[in-house]
Design a protein around this ligand. Structure first.
Ligand code: HEC
Ligand code: HEC
Length: 207
């Protein structure tokens, strides 16, 4: 433990120096280097991070810190997925920082927002549910699912119902073990299957 802490501190010092020397980089990643790394990701997530396939999430415009945290989790086996896990396996810390910076710098586009809403889904989103047991999703993820970058709450606009339902189930089954997953584990464990479908339908209407 002591060793790990010392290690972390020296990493922080190195990072601090790197930032001083390289103020053009976004956060701690390099967008241009990240573009090169992203070539292996494009087939599934789209060249600019806007995915054309419902089971592959769009990652464009997501905060670099969220993207990096998820990539570390895939690489280290804390977020398990048979397709994505192997993709992250050989990424170095620097490649993760760079590719996260690249996708964070892209613009998220929602090609075809759903035209049918779910009334219970919209209610859950705006006001929460089950008495006061479930907080309003909008409080953290924003009225239109735009997310809250400084707070580290991911954007959800542009995510398909398939992916949203799959993610909520994964939290409920405690299969996403990132540093910040506990918030969603406690929320998702109170959602019924119908709640998940309803709220996913509402998310699909965001522009
Ligand atoms: C063969 C298809 C495929 C490739 C190639 C691929 N991914 Fe993924 N990616 C997926 C799938 C499927 C998921 C959803 C996993 C899940 O449900 O947990 C995912 C999820 C992610 C997530 C989490 C998104 C979120 O909203 O939480 C990130 C970040 C990500 N991928 C980044 C990358 C990067 C960076 C690369 C290239 C180094 C890459 N992916 C290559 C299929 C792929
Ligand atoms: C208190 C703040 C908070 C509230 C309220 C909240 N979330 Fe989240 N949500 C988060 C955080 C933080 C994460 C990222 C957790 C992680 O690292 O896996 C997240 C992640 C997610 C994800 C995964 C996104 C992705 O790209 O994979 C989905 C889907 C989601 N939330 C849906 C919801 C829904 C639906 C509700 C309402 C029922 C809700 N959230 C309420 C904070 C919140």
């Amino acid at each position: 433990m002591q060793f790990a802490l010392t290690h972390l501190r020296s990493a922080a010092v190195v990072l601090g120096l790197a930032l001083l020397g390289c103020s053009a980089a976004s956060a701690n990643g390099d967008v241009a280097a990240g573009k090169t790394v992203s070539q292996t990701c494009a087939a599934c997530h789209g060249a600019d991070g806007n995915s054309a396939m419902p089971t592959f999430p769009s990652i464009a415009g997501q905060s670099a810190s969220y993207l990096a945290e998820q990539l570390h989790a895939f690489r280290d086996g804390k977020r398990v997925n048979a397709i994505m896990g192997p993709q992250a396996k050989n990424l170095t810390d620097a490649q993760i920082a760079d590719v996260a910076a690249y996708y964070a710098a892209q613009t998220r586009t929602v090609k075809a927002p759903a035209t049918t809403d779910s009334i219970p889904g919209a209610h859950l989103w705006k006001f929460g549910g089950h008495g006061n047991a479930i907080a309003a999703c909008a409080a953290c993820h924003g009225p239109q699912g735009e997310g809250n970058q400084p707070a580290g709450f991911p954007a959800l606009r542009g995510l398909t119902p398939q992916y949203v339902i799959e993610s909520l189930m994964a939290y409920r089954n405690d299969q996403r073990k990132t540093e910040h997953a506990s918030i969603m584990v406690s929320i998702a464990s109170k959602l019924t299957d119908d709640d998940m479908k309803d709220v996913a339908q509402h998310i699909a209407t965001f522009h």
